[in-house]
Design a protein around this ligand. Structure first.
Ligand code: ZN
Length: 91
């Protein structure tokens, strides 16, 4: 009996927080969405396990994207306002 195995990869993108950072490219302090991209191995279109996790921030001013690993993302998350998605209010 000949079986057909269908497998592939699927990318899941989620936004973790909205950070206000000074862009390293255009030097503007502006909002940077912190995103997590998880590539999962799929078998018969069912996602089984993650094979690659990449974190990134994108400058909303000039569009430059920076990618990094988990550790840097955790550091940035600590600076993020609780709840995420909102900008810190000036005091
Ligand atoms: Zn920028």
């Amino acid at each position: 009996m000949l079986g057909v195995i269908i497998f592939g990869f699927r990318r899941y993108l989620s936004q973790l927080a909205m950070l206000t950072l000074v862009c390293g490219h255009c030097n503007n302090p502006c909002a940077h969405p912190l995103r997590k991209a998880v590539t999962k191995f799929t078998l018969f279109f069912v996602p089984l396990f993650p094979v690659r996790v990449v974190y990134s921030v994108q400058c909303t001013f000039c569009g430059t994207t920076a990618q990094f690993g988990r550790q840097r993302a955790d550091e940035l998350m600590k600076q993020a306002p609780s709840g995420g998605g909102s900008l810190p209010l000036p005091r």
